[in-house]
Write a protein of this length. Structure first.
Length: 58
């Protein structure tokens, strides 16, 4: 259990990228950087938004 619940939890592993919100806490797993074609997540704390991003031309 986490108390108090944070605004954001980042879980990093080799599995599929996912974003979910549970009880006003955002949980993201950006997935594997190399396997997912250099995709990653950007967190904007002021608005609590998550954006998908990618490095191209690799």
């Amino acid at each position: 259990h986490l108390y108090p619940l944070p605004d954001l939890i980042v879980v990093c592993d080799k599995f599929k990228s996912i974003t979910d919100t549970i009880a006003d806490c955002t949980i993201i797993n950006p997935g594997s950087f190399a396997i997912n074609k250099y995709c990653f997540k950007v967190y904007l704390p002021a608005t609590r938004e998550i954006e998908d991003s990618q490095i191209t031309n690799m």
